[in-house]
Design a protein around this ligand. Structure first.
Ligand SMILES: Cc1cc2nc3c(=O)[nH]c(=O)nc-3n(C[C@H](O)[C@H](O)[C@H](O)COP(=O)(O)OP(=O)(O)OC[C@H]3O[C@@H](n4cnc5c(N)ncnc54)[C@H](O)[C@@H]3O)c2cc1C
Length: 374
């Protein structure tokens, strides 16, 4: 008999939805509360690398996911003048018939995940959070923000960077901190030749291009923003062009097409890491709630998705709940810590403009680490 038969997930983002899908596929009842009344996500894209494609396969989602995505193979690194420095071949971890990597719009990903979670029987309540919980040996009593009450075998906080579940569980020990950098993103019509993930790095800064669909790609760049200044939306196009001033190649060509400030997505980068087991008793946090990092290695969502898969596997394996959660931590902690720390390191080296930093070596090492089975 399972140790856990009904689970409450707080947060309907990538991690919460994948957890719902993974748990429902194991026959566990899932209720999910999501704070947003309109269940939308912002309209830029996300890179999902070969380890994520592998886990989408294990979640039984791969065909719908690939239909909504742009599949590609290689990752290339260019100088800021547009000269290719290295091209790293993709690893087909989901099987030889599936692509190595994927770029996907966040909205398309959300649609696939939310429709699948609901079709599998997840009970979703929008515009709802939890106010408090109280746990005992046998379960967790939850008071919802809409006044309802419920009792669950396990409460999973997948409520992101500013997780309420994390605060209720650990107090204010773990607070997100600004890393000193921000990221800027802008969608373009896909240039014909952009059939891979293209990273540009050098003295002018760091930027990249990600294919998302036959007719869509996005550009990103990171910048040092001491003091995390407030930005007026109306000035964002001008500011983004300024940040890209030193770039040549395709980035240089695209720079002059950045004219619509309303379409620039600007985000200061914040991070948090729970440096102890991510659970107490019957309450656990996963995804960004436990280990939000910067996007320098394109693996934040990947780690949330892996958390979800491993959680469902362990909850339906042998032993007590405590033993299952200990094994979950043993499989997740070092891997997520590595991604968290190396992403922060890459950002810090960009800020320092340290020419000796081996970014290509780090990317190759990350691909080797994340290819290992979870
Ligand atoms: C600029 C940027 C670029 C990125 N690019 C990539 C990339 O290319 N590849 C990659 O793998 N990762 C990337 N990431 C990281 C990735 O976006 C996150 O790691 C991922 O979204 C984490 O998923 P999550 O479900 O844990 O949290 P979230 O996606 O933040 O979802 C949390 C959900 O919980 C809800 N919520 C919040 N509070 C409550 C509450 N109190 N009650 C109920 N619901 C609540 C939110 O509304 C949201 O729906 C990037 C991150 C940033 C900032």
């Amino acid at each position: 008999m399972n140790t856990v038969n009904n689970v409450l997930i707080v947060g309907g983002g990538i991690g919460g939805l994948c957890a719902a899908i993974a748990l429902r596929r194991k026959g566990i009842a899932v209720e999910l509360v999501e704070l947003k009344t309109e269940w939308t996500v912002y309209g830029v894209g996300i890179i999902q690398q070969s380890n994520v494609v592998r886990e989408m396969h294990r979640l039984g989602l791969l065909d719908a996911y690939l239909d909504a995505a742009f599949a590609f193979e290689d990752v290339a690194i260019y100088s800021t003048t547009g000269q290719q420095l290295v091209r790293i071949p993709g690893q087909r971890l989901a099987g030889p018939e599936y692509p190595a990597n994927v770029g996907i719009s966040r909205r398309a990903l959300h649609k696939v995940l939310s429709e699948t979670a609901i079709a599998l029987g997840t009970q979703v309540h929008l515009g709802t959070s939890i106010d408090s919980f109280k746990q005992d040996e046998a379960g967790v009593d939850v008071l919802f923000s809409d006044g309802r009450q419920g009792r669950f075998d396990l409460l999973v906080g997948a409520d992101g960077l500013f997780s309420k579940v994390r605060s209720l569980l650990f107090g204010d020990i773990y607070q997100p901190h600004f890393t000193g950098q921000s990221v800027w993103r802008y969608n373009f019509k896909r240039s014909g030749g952009l059939d891979h993930l293209a990273n540009y790095q050098g003295p002018a800064g760091n930027a990249g291009l990600v294919p998302l669909a036959d007719d869509l790609m996005y550009l990103f760049t990171t910048s040092h923003e001491p003091g995390n200044p407030w930005k007026e939306q109306a000035h964002l196009a001008t500011e983004l062009r300024e940040r890209l001033a030193g770039f040549g190649g395709l980035i240089g060509e695209l720079r002059e097409q950045i004219t619509d400030s309303a379409e620039v997505v600007y985000k200061p980068l914040e991070a948090v890491f729970i440096d102890e087991p991510w659970y107490r008793g019957r309450v656990l946090v996963i995804g960004d709630a436990a280990h939000a990092t910067t996007p320098h290695l394109g693996q934040g969502a990947g780690m949330a998705i892996e958390d979800a898969v491993v959680l469902a596997e362990e909850l339906t394996a042998d032993g007590t709940l405590e033993a299952q959660l200990q094994r979950f931590m043993a499989r997740r902690f070092e891997r997520c810590k590595y991604i968290s720390e190396m992403s922060l390191l890459a950002g810090a080296k960009e800020v320092e403009r340290d020419p000796s930093f081996d970014r290509i070596g780090l990317v190759k090492q990350m691909l080797e680490v994340t290819a290992r089975p979870i």
